[in-house]
Design a protein around this ligand. Structure first.
Ligand code: TRP
Length: 351
């Protein structure tokens, strides 16, 4: 039972077709680094929550390509495919996720789910959506239950999630405790509380990449023009142009000052990431420089170099190796999840 001997770190990364450099440096890279460094001591489960993908409307024809595109990006970002304690799998390939969701559903109140901030925010948006659909999906309402199943099936203790997901993690702890008490046995491992998660993973470093056109808001794919956003699949030339036309200020000299010079500070941040240095270090090198053009050119070249390199690595990813890894992980994880499901089915009287 080698699989059960190590504590489990687990996280799901939603498939998304237009990832930005913000996603890359803020989420993907730290996650891959975490997986690589922790896999000695822990079992690391990184999965694609594909069943969560259409809790809000998507283009279903693009889902497969989004899933594969993301898996390739993970590999290009350094995810090892030959590390036996890192498991990469697709949620929908392991039926226990859906089955466990149903069972948990029968022990959760509508009120609990209705209070979830993500549900309130997203259902509000859906209501006024341009999609012409006036229904808020039950799947969106039920999102946290599927997420709890994702975590509890593998007895995960550490679950790195962003601030927007901590409420769902607390919910997972509640429901695990509730069922353990109700059935008077340790059906589920209770994940560590959010505070301990932060201590373990280090509170996120507050990385903020801002929109190049409007540096007061976050760089996000939902930006309509795309001019302020660098996508991982932008051509390196286009990305360099976007940097050259980034909004700056009339101060006229480079300073790290998010308040008064958000555009310049953002470019310093971006440069620091691409040069693998701290923002303070990069800022002190450019501090006081009055040549915004020269500064931007340096950032643009760094962005270009990064994209050339990443896209080159992406082109070299061996899909069949990824598929082999996925299938091996899915078979192994199906066993683990199946055991937890069976235990639960017995507890509730289904077996
Ligand atoms: N809800 C997470 C997000 O949007 C993705 C996710 C699904 C997840 N299931 C999970 C994360 C289980 C951690 C554990 O980011």
């Amino acid at each position: 039972m080698k699989l059960m001997s190590k504590q489990v770190i687990l996280t799901g990364i939603r498939a998304n077709n237009d990832l930005t450099i913000g996603n890359y440096f803020g989420a993907i890279l730290p996650m891959i680094d975490m997986a690589t460094t922790r896999a000695e001591e822990f079992q690391v489960n990184l999965f694609v929550p594909d069943l969560h993908s259409f809790t809000t409307p998507i283009n279903h024809r693009e889902l497969q390509s989004a899933i594969w595109n993301n898996l390739r990006i993970f590999v290009a970002a350094g995810l090892p495919l030959d590390q036996p304690d890192i498991h990469i799998y697709r949620q929908s390939y392991i039926p226990a996720h859906s089955e466990m969701t149903w069972i948990i559903d029968c022990f959760v109140g509508m009120g609990e789910l209705g209070r979830m901030t993500q549900f309130k925010e997203k259902s509000y948006k859906e209501d006024e959506s341009k999609s012409g659909e006036d229904r808020v999906r039950v799947g969106l309402f039920n999102y946290p239950v599927l997420m709890a199943a994702d975590i509890l099936l593998y007895n995960a203790t550490y679950v790195p999630v962003g601030d927007d997901q901590t409420q769902h993690l607390e919910f997972t702890r509640d429901i695990a405790e509730r069922l353990n008490n109700k059935f008077d046995q340790e059906l589920f491992t209770i994940p560590k509380p959010v505070k301990e998660q932060h201590e373990f993973f280090g509170k996120d470093q507050g990385l903020r990449i801002k929109d190049l056109q409007d540096p007061t808001k976050k760089m996000s794919k939902s930006d309509e023009s795309g001019k302020g956003v660098i996508f991982l699949n932008d051509s390196p030339e286009l990305a360099a142009k976007k940097v050259m036309s980034a909004t700056t200020d009339s101060v006229g000299q480079v300073n790290l000052d998010w308040e008064n010079q958000p555009g310049i500070s953002n470019l310093l941040q971006i440069l620091a990431l691409f040069q693998h240095r701290s923002i303070e270090e990069v800022a002190s090198e450019w501090q006081g420089n009055t040549q915004y053009g020269e500064f931007k050119k340096t950032v643009a070249d760094a962005v270009k170099g990064f994209l050339v390199d990443l896209q080159d690595k992406l082109a070299q990813v061996d899909d069949s190796a990824v598929k082999t890894k996925l299938e091996a992980s899915e078979a192994a994880m199906d066993k683990v999840a199946g055991e937890t499901l069976l235990k639960t089915q017995k507890a509730v009287g289904l077996r």
